[in-house]
Design a protein around this ligand. Structure first.
Ligand code: ADP
Ligand code: ZN
Ligand code: ZN
Length: 831
C-alpha cells in the first residue's frame, strides 16, 4: 500500500455533540491534517447549519460517511488530548436517555462555560450571496459596510445601523442569504499570572554572587536591595532556590529600598523578572492535622461500612444529627486515597458547608479541590483541569461536580442524601446528583456512601430491601444528647392573649433566658421577605404578579414587592389600586419580619438573618458563620439555610415557626420534607455535652402525628407510616413518576396540547399510567400557562422503550400545527 492509499484509508468521520437542543449527534469530516490526531472527548469547532459556528465535543470516530447529508469538515481542533473522558461521554448519553433531554443540553451544563467558546456573535458577508435585488436600500447599505469591514459583532452592527434591536435586521439579512453569523472562537479561561524577580543565572552562582556583593559596596543602596533579596532567598546556601524567585512587592513594602536601585540592578543584568502561572486557590498554609480518633460507636460504624461494602456497592449511613458522620467519612476517604483511587464528596450547597470544607482541608490539604456555584468560571476550569491532571484526587463539590472528569473513582460520598437541592430543575438536564452518582459509581467500579440523619424514603426503602447496605449510628458524639423538643400551642396562646406578634410569651421567655446565659439561638421560618401577601382591608385586593399566578412578597428593606417566581419587582402601593383605600396591610410573615420583631423584643441582642436575600455575595455566608462561631452574633434568623449541616458549640435553643404550613403543603412529599427539615433544624441545638439543647416548635396542632415523631426522633415510625401511604396511593418508591408540563402563553392552547399529549400517551401506555391534564399549584409563570400530565410506572418496569415512545409523542405534539409555540418540559423522578 503506498502512502496515498494509506491516507485515503484513514479518511475518517467524527460524530460530535453540539451544545444545542437537537436530538442526535452530527457527523463531520476530519480534515487530512488532523487525521489520526483527534480523540473522542476533544473539543472541535464546526459549522452548524448555514449560519452558525459552534464548539462541539467529539463522541466517536469512524470511517462511515453519513447517509442523509454531505458531511462538512471540522474547522478547528481545540484539544490534543481529551478534555472529557470516555466514561463521561457514556454518562452524558445515559443522562440524556434517562432524563429525557438532548445530549447537547447535558454537555452544556457539564462543561464550565470557561471551556466553551465565548458567545461573541459576529456577522459576515456571505460569499455565495446571489440576490442583491431582494435587499431594501437600507439593507444594501448595511451589507456594503459588512462586506467592507469583513466582520462585525452584533454590537458594532447596532451602532452602525443606529438601532437597538439588531436581531430583526440580522434575521432578515440571513433570510435573504446576504450574511452568515458565526461565533468567534475564544476560550474564556485566563490563567492567573504573577510577575516575579530572581537573580540571572550568572549571578545565581555562589562564587559570582559573593564577588558581586563586594563590588556593590560602592553603591550601598543597590547592595542593600541585593541583601534584602538574599534574606528571602538564601541563594548563597542553596543556589537552586533562586529558581522560584520572589514577588517584587517584597521590596515595595520596604520604603528604604528605592525602586530605582532595583531597576538599575535589572538593567545591569543582575536581576531578571519572569512570569509564572499560579493557582487561584490559596495554597494551604494551615497545619495538616491528623484525623481525630473515632469514638467506639464511630469505630463500629466505620467497620460496619467497610464490611457492608464487601457485599454491596451502595451503603446508607443513617447517623443522627451530631453523631459525627463527617469524622467517619474522613477515615474512609483516607483509606480510599491511600489505595490510589479518587474520591468525590457531594454536598447539597457548598456555601452551606463552609464548615465542612475547613475541616477537610485541614486534613487533606492540597489534594482537595472545591467546586461550587459561587466559583468564577476561571476557578471552575482550574478544578476541571486539576482533576484531569491528577492534582486533585479528592473533590468536595455541589451537584454539578458529578460532571468532573474523574476516571478512577473509588468512593462517592453523598452527604445529606435526602436534600431536594440535589435535583436540578432548570435548565435541562433535570438530573438528580445522588442518582447520577450511583450510575457513575457503577461505570467506574466505585462505592457510594449515602449519609443522612433523615434518609429519603427512597434510599431507606432500598436499604430495607437489602439493595443497599445499612449502617446506623444512633448516638451523638461525646455523650451529647439529642435536644428535648417541646410543642407550643399557639392557638391556645392566642386565646389567652399569650402572643406578641408571631412570638408566644413562653418562647420569648426562653429566648431571654438563652441570651442571659450567653448562649445562642437559631430561629427558623422557611419563608423569606417580610410578608408573603399584602392586601386591602376594605376590598380584599391582593398584590399579585402580572406574569405569574402568585402573590407578591413584600420586602421591607428594599421597600418593594417581589415575585419569587420570575423576579419581577415593583414599588409598594400607598393606597389600594382597586378601591383607593389606605388600609393596605401585610398578611403572614417571613424571616425579615421575624428579624424585625425579634430586635424589638431584644434591643440589645446581636441578630443576623440568613436567607437568599442576605447571602448573595460570595463571602456573606462565610462571614455570618464566622460571626456566629465567634459568638459575635447572639441569634440567627433564617430559612432552610440554617438547617444544613451547621455545627456550632453554643446553640442551646432552636425555635421553629409555621411548622403546620410545611406539614400540610399539598404535595405527596410534604410529610417527608417536613420531617426532614424539622429534625435537621432541631439537630442544630445542643451539640456539645456541657450544653443541653432545647427546641421549641410553635404549632396550631399539638396533636399532629408527624410532630410526635419529630419529638421522639422516631425515624422508623415515620418511615413505616409514610411508606404505607405511598404504597396505598401508588407513589414512589413503589412507582416511578415522569411529569410532562406543557407551556404556552394562551391557556387554551397549553391545555389542548396537554389533552392531546395525555390522549396519545394513554393510547400507548394504558389509562392506569396516565393522569391529567391537571393544573399545577402555580398555573402561570412568566406569562406561560402550565398544564401537567403525570405518568406513573411500576417500579420494576424497564422504562427504556417507554421513554423512547414518550419522546416520539412529545415530538408529535410540539410539531402539530395547532400547538405552535408550545413547549413541553419532561421531568423524570420529580422531587
Ligand atoms: P453530623 O454530620 O453527624 O451531624 P458532625 O460530623 O458535624 O456530625 O460532628 C458533630 C461534632 O462532633 C463536630 O463538631 C465534630 O467535630 C465533633 N466530632 C465528631 N466526632 C468526633 C471525634 N471522633 N473526635 C472529635 N470530635 C468529633
Ligand atoms: Zn381595596
Ligand atoms: Zn412573577
Amino acid at each position: 500500500m503506498n502512502q496515498l492509499d494509506f491516507q485515503e484509508e484513514i479518511t475518517q468521520f467524527a460524530d460530535v455533540i453540539l451544545p444545542v437542543p437537537v436530538p442526535r449527534l452530527f457527523t463531520y469530516r476530519i480534515p487530512r491534517e488532523y487525521a489520526g490526531q483527534i480523540q473522542p472527548g476533544a473539543r472541535v469547532i464546526v459549522q452548524f447549519g448555514k449560519t452558525k459556528v459552534l464548539t462541539a465535543l467529539v463522541a466517536r470516530i469512524h470511517p462511515n460517511p453519513p447517509k442523509q447529508y454531505q458531511a462538512k469538515y471540522i474547522l478547528e481542533v481545540l484539544d490534543d488530548t481529551p478534555l472529557v473522558t470516555r466514561w463521561q461521554l457514556e454518562l452524558f448519553n445515559w443522562i440524556s436517555e434517562y432524563y429525557l433531554c438532548h445530549i447537547g443540553e447535558v454537555m452544556n451544563v457539564a462543561l464550565p462555560s470557561g471551556l466553551k467558546i465565548s458567545s461573541q456573535s459576529k456577522v459576515q458577508f456571505n460569499p455565495d450571496f446571489e440576490h442583491p435585488d431582494l435587499l431594501t436600500a437600507r439593507e444594501a447599505e448595511i451589507v456594503e459596510e459588512i462586506k467592507k469591514r469583513q466582520s462585525l459583532t452584533y454590537d458594532e452592527l447596532a451602532r452602525f445601523a443606529d438601532i437597538k434591536n439588531v436581531y430583526h435586521l440580522i434575521k432578515s439579512l440571513i433570510g435573504k442569504r446576504a450574511v452568515i453569523v458565526f461565533e468567534e472562537v475564544k476560550e474564556k479561561y485566563t490563567p492567573k499570572i504573577v510577575r516575579k524577580l530572581r537573580l540571572t543565572s550568572f549571578y545565581a552562582d555562589a562564587g559570582n554572587l559573593t564577588e558581586l556583593i563586594r563590588q556593590l559596596e560602592k553603591t550601598p543602596r543597590q547592595q542593600e536591595v541585593l541583601l534584602e533579596y538574599l534574606r528571602h532567598v538564601p541563594a548563597l546556601r542553596s543556589p537552586e532556590l533562586n529558581a522560584h524567585g520572589i514577588s517584587k512587592s517584597v521590596f515595595s513594602k520596604n520604603e528604604e529600598l528605592s525602586d530605582s536601585s532595583l531597576e538599575t540592578l535589572i538593567k545591569k543584568g543582575i536581576f531578571e523578572t519572569f512570569d509564572i502561572v499560579v493557582s487561584r486557590f490559596a495554597e494551604d498554609t494551615g497545619v495538616i492535622a491528623s484525623p481525630p480518633a473515632l469514638s467506639e460507636a464511630q469505630q463500629l460504624a466505620l467497620a460496619g461500612i467497610v464490611q457492608a461494602f464487601e457485599e454491596k456497592d451502595t451503603v446508607l449511613f443513617h447517623g443522627v444529627t451530631g453523631s459525627g458522620k463527617t469524622e467517619v467519612y474522613i477515615h474512609l476517604i483516607e483509606q480510599v486515597l491511600a489505595s490510589g483511587s479518587q474520591v468525590l464528596y457531594l454536598v447539597p450547597e457548598i456555601a452551606l458547608t463552609t464548615q465542612i470544607v475547613v475541616r477537610l482541608k485541614k486534613i487533606f490539604g492540597e489534594k482537595v479541590g472545591i467546586y461550587h456555584s459561587k466559583f468564577s468560571d476561571n476557578e471552575r476550569v482550574e478544578v476541571w483541569k486539576g482533576v484531569l491532571s491528577g492534582r486533585f484526587q479528592f473533590v468536595i463539590g455541589v451537584r454539578s461536580s458529578v460532571f468532573l472528569p474523574f476516571d478512577n473513582l473509588g468512593l462517592i460520598i453523598v452527604d445529606e442524601e435526602h436534600e431536594p437541592s440535589y435535583k436540578q430543575y432548570d435548565p435541562a438536564p433535570r438530573y438528580h446528583a445522588r442518582d447520577t452518582a450511583l450510575v457513575i459509581a457503577r461505570m467506574q467500579g466505585a462505592r457510594v456512601l449515602l449519609g443522612s440523619a433523615t434518609p429519603s424514603i427512597e434510599s431507606y426503602f432500598h436499604a430495607t430491601q437489602e439493595r443497599y447496605g445499612l449502617v446506623t449510628l444512633s448516638e451523638r458524639f461525646g455523650s451529647a444528647s439529642l435536644p428535648a423538643i417541646e410543642l407550643l400551642d399557639i392557638r391556645q396562646a392566642r386565646r389567652n392573649r399569650g402572643m406578641r406578634g408571631e412570638f408566644s410569651l413562653a418562647l420569648l421567655q426562653e429566648l431571654g433566658a438563652t441570651l442571659e446565659k450567653k448562649e445562642q439561638a437559631i430561629l427558623f421560618q422557611n419563608r423569606r421577605g417580610y410578608s408573603p401577601y399584602i392586601t386591602c382591608e376594605d376590598c380584599g385586593w391582593i398584590a399579585k404578579c402580572d406574569s405569574c399566578d402568585v402573590s407578591l412578597t413584600y420586602h421591607q428593606r428594599e421597600a418593594e414587592l417581589r415575585c419569587h417566581y420570575c423576579g419581577h419587582k415593583e414599588p409598594v402601593p400607598r393606597t389600594c389600586p382597586a378601591c383607593g383605600s389606605t388600609k393596605v396591610k401585610t398578611i403572614g410573615f417571613g424571616t425579615e419580619k421575624l428579624e424585625e420583631d425579634l430586635q424589638l423584643h431584644f434591643p440589645a441582642a446581636r441578630i443576623q438573618r440568613m436567607d437568599l436575600d442576605t447571602t448573595r455575595s460570595k463571602t456573606a455566608f462565610q462571614q455570618m458563620i464566622q460571626d456566629f462561631e465567634k459568638g459575635e452574633t447572639d441569634m440567627l434568623v433564617g430559612t432552610q439555610m440554617v438547617s444544613k449541616g451547621l455545627d456550632f458549640d453554643r446553640v442551646s435553643l432552636v425555635a421553629i415557626f409555621d411548622a403546620d404550613r410545611m406539614i400540610h403543603f399539598p404535595d405527596f412529599r410534604a410529610s417527608e420534607r417536613a420531617f426532614q427539615l424539622l429534625t435537621q433544624v432541631a439537630g442544630r441545638a445542643g451539640r456539645r455535652k456541657d450544653r443541653a439543647g432545647r427546641v421549641v416548635i410553635q404549632t396550631n396542632n399539638t396533636q399532629d402525628p408527624l410532630l410526635a415523631k419529630v419529638i421522639h426522633n422516631d425515624y422508623d415510625g415515620f418511615f413505616a407510616e409514610e411508606l404505607e401511604e405511598r404504597r396505598q396511593f401508588f407513589y414512589p418508591p413503589f412507582t416511578r413518576i415522569i411529569r410532562l408540563t406543557t407551556r404556552h402563553i394562551e391557556q387554551q392552547v397549553a391545555q389542548a396540547a396537554a389533552s392531546r399529549l395525555a390522549a396519545l400517551l394513554t393510547a400507548q401506555l394504558g389509562t392506569d399510567r396516565v393522569k391529567g391534564p391537571e393544573t399545577p399549584l402555580v398555573e402561570r409563570i412568566r406569562n406561560q400557562f402550565l398544564f401537567d400530565v403525570l405518568l406513573k410506572f411500576e417500579r420494576n418496569l424497564n422504562l427504556r422503550a417507554i421513554k423512547e415512545k414518550i419522546r416520539e409523542v412529545v415530538e408529535e405534539v410540539v410539531t402539530t400545527k395547532d400547538f405552535k409555540g408550545v413547549s413541553i418540559v419532561a421531568d423524570v423522578d420529580p422531587v
